[in-house]
Design a binder for this molecule. Sequence first.
Ligand SMILES: Nc1ncnc2c1ncn2[C@@H]1O[C@H](COP(=O)(O)OP(=O)(O)OP(=O)(O)O)[C@@H](O)[C@H]1O
Ligand SMILES: [Mg+2]
Length: 460
Amino acid sequence: MAIAGFDKHQFGTRLNEVLFASQPIQSVEHLFGRQQELDRIEKALFASGRHIFIYGDRGVGKSSLAATAANQYQSADSEYIDIGCSPDATLKSIVANIAYRAIHASRLRKTKHNASMGIELRFLKAAVVSETTQANLHEEIVSLADAVDVLREAASLHSERPIAVLDEFDRISDVNERAAFADLIKQMGDKKVPLKLIFTGVGKSLDELLGAHQSAIRQLEGIELPKLSWDARWDIVLAAAGAFGISVDKEIYIRIAAVCDGYPYYAHFITEKMLWSAFDDSDLVSEIKWEHYHTGLRDAIESISAELKRPYQEAVNKRSGEYEEVLWATADSEYLERFMKQMYSSYEYIMKQRRSSLTLNYDKFCARIRKLRDTSYGAILINDPSNPGLYAYREKMLRGYVRMQAEAHGIELAGEKIDQTVRQTMRVPSSASRGYYTSKPPPGIHWERERRNGNDQEDT
Ligand SMILES: Nc1ncnc2c1ncn2[C@@H]1O[C@H](COP(=O)(O)OP(=O)(O)OP(=O)(O)O)[C@@H](O)[C@H]1O
Ligand SMILES: [Mg+2]
């Protein structure tokens, strides 16, 4: 037993209570770095008729923020209504789904009174007293006005203060169906329907998700969710280790924060594997060691979801090892969009860390980068449509996985942009002396290093 007071079962059970690599956060004590957003949502929900739309990149934590905010708002007499949107979903099918869930969670059912508690029901009356299906409800909704009435009845059946999360709204493939939600929430406001909605969706803007005309409506509070801040990233690590009375050296939790690229999933996953590695240690552990971190990182890479791994493997598999180094070069730097010259500079830096001579000259390197846009190479990169010389990750979250791979091979990549106060406190040397890295680290601090063509911002 390497962690005082825990056998394997107790350890695994407790770990599952403090780390959530595979599910959205539900409550505020586990949601780090989102206090401002939570506060904005809370305030907006006081306003009658106002609803919330959380949008941003895949994996930044949209569902977690939505679930936590919904749990805070929803009155204690019921659970909030949780709806996942599918590609074939329509406004009617979603309204029918909300009504169906509301009836099942209904106060009337719970109290086993069939007396209506003063609620006047037109659409849902039959459904409350007898079994009904979602399809039955769907048939009853003919017009938008019907949908609004159904929601009003569903709200009063459901609870004192009802709220529904419409998660992954971007998956609804029909643009007209998506746009129709703007009209729905306008009318919900006019008719004073006491149901709140929180939408989440992958996208850069509300225009993209609802259409330019509909996104401007006043009833919608748009919350653009950025990647997780540095301190929130290391809070994930520290809170989890703290639950076992284990301390983590600052250099280690900052490495995790840098490698995860702002995606909380990676931070949870690396920490989970790192703590298991500490548990498996034959000595009693009260502080995380570098070997726990490195084993944890490697284990995390191995068991990361196949969907994230696949493009990397497609780019690297059956090809010379050089492709891996080219790929790492794309994930270096604090800037998410980069020019060829800058990526080549990263490549030079990586080869120096590997103590290898440059195997690819500039032209060959460029040819390989361009290939990384092809599906046969994982379709990893895309060109910025407004500036074709700039390259970005097609799936931004993949950048984090590439950074983890580089780190596991002893290559420290530059972190992405961090604010000045954090920068001042973070003078982290490379960790070569700890017997893991095979090559000598560069002098100085890796995210402040100067490189030829390395200053992405000035180099245009
Ligand atoms: N603020 C946070 N603090 C700690 N962990 C978080 C936070 N936000 C999200 N997570 C964790 O990160 C992972 C991804 O979060 P979530 O599923 O909410 O993201 P998402 O943006 O909805 O992703 P997707 O685009 O795939 O739907 C989950 O494991 C979740 O537990
Ligand atoms: Mg989600």
